[in-house]
Design a protein around this ligand. Sequence first.
Ligand code: ADP
Length: 334
Amino acid sequence: EMLSERASINSEAPGVNDLRPRRFAEYIGQRQVVNSIQIAVEAAKQRGDTLDHALFHGPPGLGKTTISQIIAREMETTLVHTSGPALERPADVVGILSNQKHGDVLFIDEIHRLSHAVEEYLYSAMEDYRVDFIAGAGAFAKTINLPLQKFTLIGSTTRAGMLSPPLRERFALTYHLDYYSVGELTHVVTRSASILSVSIDQPGAKVIASRSRGTPRIANNLLRRVRDYAQVRREGEIDDEVAAEALHVEGVDELGLDRLDRLYLETLARNYGGGPAGINALAASANEEVQTLEDVVEPFLLKIGFIMRTPQGRRATTRGMTHVGAPSDAAADA
Ligand code: ADP
């Protein structure tokens, strides 16, 4: 899919699934979401019913897939994992749906990227547990009504706003996952380090946590890079000094911004004088995909107040300009 530099940083290395929490009790942070979904799961189990359809939205790497897998495990059902782009033709989705057993979870990642034709099949599948499709052609064509087992659809998206209203309305449960605090990410790092048998002290874990852009997936990836560095350059023990050194070598700065984040800011600052600049122009200048910039780079820069989205385009704030050493008199908030 996204073959950009950031996508490769963000995608998971083999074996990384060992780090996934398997139960609600192991899932760090997102307390409100976990509390609510735990009640829904418990109630459905007590009634011997299936769980209502659920939608998770928020930036990549925050635990949407993980919590969906936990839900399936706690419901003692099977999760079938697919994605919007993978379900190209209606036949793909009809095939999967007709194989689902009662209570199974169908997990659709990047659900905002479903084709319109496939989406239409989901409406009746979600609402009435049936699909109607046309078999044959011309004078011999006939509509077949296929009843389905009652199942749970879990959708995951980085762009809730791109979901069509009819699809969005069919999710009884909707949850937003937000960036994690440094404290929560320190916990993630400590937990992962113990699973990986890496020796790290609390200040070391905190350095990694505070440079992980609020994202557990990044925290785990940075932990692996720091572990490698500590193994090759030091005695293997990780403290704050080793962690800071290793992350500096990786091009991750004190705020957790990496080369791509800085490239984005620098392009906005130098090529466009701080903006406003359209996302397509920025992507072309930075030689990156629009989707990567919108999904992966911008949400965190917006969160920390380094950029603003205006009707005219993206603008860098004074803080954003200063961070990449650009004169800030043209900044959005100047
Ligand atoms: P998303 O589906 O939102 O892109 P994932 O569920 O794939 O994110 O999570 C990315 C990785 O981050 C997982 O492999 C897991 O190891 C880790 N992770 C995510 N959420 C948590 C959490 N709440 N506690 C501990 N680790 C987590």
